[in-house]
Ligand binder design. Structure first.
Ligand code: FAD
Length: 518
């Protein structure tokens, strides 16, 4: 079939690629009532484990998206400690938990389980992944993008969508069609060899922990997986860069033995033994007209710090509400400019850091003693929890752009309010115990939020106040939002502070919202 409408009809948004990022994008759109279709060239989901580390902010994002995070946690293994082994020096064990989140530990779980959870949730929203359809060409018009889909059965059909999101992984026909620059910065002379396997031998340390070995031969990471295997990934010199095929188990084992210095190590039940050629690339732009990029199509980074999928999920979470608002005519298309402005710098910084810090057994040996002494200063950037958007056009007022942590009020959780996926205003009366002050705060805040129809929640000591009032006797919500008495906080649909001001100055909130959505 050529040129006709696709059987399932033309969507408002076509998502190309049903990896974790495309699935998250589709969920974020579908739950906001956008007519979305999602296609994938594969006839079956991928089975390889790839992304196994799910960082704390990603777990929070899944929670805010409405996913059953409890079941997901049960299916994985908590990442409790990381042990650093620098050659010739005593190991350093560092706990992986973080304060200020309901998800203190990262989760170790194979990417197929993550994709399966997302696919199931999307199906619950009425959207099915259409498999065996490859996006081969796209043409942008003033109001629509036409995407040509080649079916696994040899058919060809055109889909016309108002917007297209390319979430196709590193090789992206949407990116090519947009004409976005894609320059790879390779890591020559080195490679990543990985395997998921059971093992025997005298590998040091607690096997329930994640380990990182750094020696003259290269780097080696290990992580326990839910099925009893361990993920091993070794960054080592590549004696023959012309090799393109995946390694045999023996080649991976040899690399792992060399880096760990454990000659009696043996693998059993090994699977997914891969050779990964390392490079970083960030698209020159994330949006051209009605086409957008997310995940590995927007940025492919060396998978050595377990950030690719996590970063892509956050792209989708950032993009979804913005695109939905534009599709529904509730915001101008320029809101989408904030997507690239907020997310592309994250990818650029990640690519720079991975390129600078990766040790793959090639070039000058890093100063291990110095690196070891700096471990305590490493911070929590890798968890995603410290990320914010203070420089964004969406941020106004002191501390705007900060992530809002979850908090328990009397009988509920803040994320349940924020997880509805809309803007939220929280107003704090001058006296949280005075119902008259609560009424006044509600009235003034509502005046400021009226333009966007944003729901207002007054936060009081005992829950007395206008409709939607939240009882926060212990002050946990106030603390989480960094709010003072008489304060007003506008939270973005993706859980970051957009505005901090005073209840009395509802006009400032109104002006801010008008600038963004008007
Ligand atoms: C060995 C390894 C270990 C990793 N470990 C981690 C980790 O621990 N943590 C982490 O965060 N990340 C990790 N990553 C990276 C992570 O796997 C990727 O960042 C993630 O898969 C990106 O998701 P995505 O949805 O953007 O792309 P993908 O997962 O690549 O999905 C893209 C989808 O698009 C489909 N597609 C492609 N082209 C077309 C087309 N033309 N038409 C229709 N469909 C198309 C593909 O079939 C695919 O299903 C690892 C990667 C590797 C290789």
């Amino acid at each position: 079939m050529s040129g006709g409408a696709s059987p399932a009809g033309d969507p408002e948004v076509l998502v190309v690629g049903a990896g974790p990022v495309g699935l998250c994008t589709a969920i974020e759109l579908a739950r906001r009532g956008v007519r979305v279709r999602i296609v994938d060239r594969r006839t079956e989901p991928r089975t390889g484990t790839r992304a196994c580390t799910v960082w704390q902010r990603t777990l929070e994002v899944f929670d805010l998206m409405g996913l059953q995070v409890g079941d997901y946690l049960d299916a994985g293994v908590p990442y409790t400690h990381r042990v650093h082994h620098f050659t010739g020096l005593p190991p350093v064990t560092r706990p992986a938990d973080q304060p200020g989140t309901r998800y203190p530990w990262p989760l170790l779980i194979g990417q197929p389980a993550t994709e399966e959870m997302l696919t199931r949730h999307l199906a619950g929203l009425g959207v099915r992944v259409e498999r065996g359809l490859t996006a081969v060409q796209l043409t942008q018009g003033p109001a629509r993008v036409t995407v040509r889909l080649a079916g696994a059965d040899g058919s060809v059909r055109d889909v016309r969508a108002e917007w297209v999101v390319g979430a196709q992984g590193p090789h992206s026909s949407v990116r090519d069609g947009m004409g976005a620059a894609w320059e790879k910065t390779p890591c020559p002379g080195t490679q990543l060899l990985q395997i998921d396997a059971r093992w025997t031998g005298s590998l040091p340390g607690d096997p329930a922990h994640c380990h990182l070995f750094l020696t003259e031969a290269g780097s080696l990471g290990t992580a326990p997986l839910p099925d009893g295997r361990h993920r091993f990934y070794a960054g080592v010199a590549d004696p023959d860069p012309s090799r393109t095929g995946d390694p045999g188990v023996a080649e991976v084992l040899d690399a792992v033995r060399r880096v760990s210095g454990v000659p009696d190590l043996e693998f059993h039940d090994g699977r997914f033994h891969w050779r990964v050629r390392l490079y970083n690339a960030v698209a020159g732009t994330y949006r051209v007209g009605r086409c957008l990029l997310a995940g590995d199509s927007a940025h492919t980074v060396m998978p050595v710090t377990a950030q690719g999928m996590n970063t892509g999920v956050q792209d989708a979470f950032n993009l979804g509400w913005k695109l939905a608002a534009v599709v529904h005519g509730r915001a101008p298309a320029r809101l989408l400019d904030t997507y690239e402005a907020e997310r592309r710098p994250v990818a650029l910084a990640l690519a720079e850091r991975n390129g600078r810090t990766y040790w793959g057994g090639v070039g000058p040996v890093p100063p291990f003693a110095l690196l070891r002494s700096r471990l305590a200063d490493a911070g929590a950037g890798h968890t995603g929890l410290t990320l914010g958007y203070p420089e964004s056009a969406l941020s106004a007022g002191p501390g705007a752009g900060e992530r809002v942590p979850d908090a328990e009020w009397d009988g509920g959780w803040l994320f349940r309010l924020l997880g509805r996926g809309d803007w939220t205003v929280l107003a704090f009366p001058e006296d949280p115990a005075d119902p008259a002050a609560a009424e006044l705060a509600g009235k003034e805040a509502s005046a400021g939020a009226r333009r966007a129809g944003v729901p207002v929640h007054v936060v009081t000591a005992d829950g007395r106040g206008p409709r939607g009032t939240v009882a926060d006797g212990a002050g946990a919500v106030r603390e989480a939002l960094g709010a003072r008495a008489g304060g007003l906080v506008l939270v973005r649909p993706d859980g970051y502070v957009a505005f901090r001001g005073a209840v009395r100055d509802g006009a400032a909130l109104d002006r801010h919202l008008a600038g963004l959505l008007g």
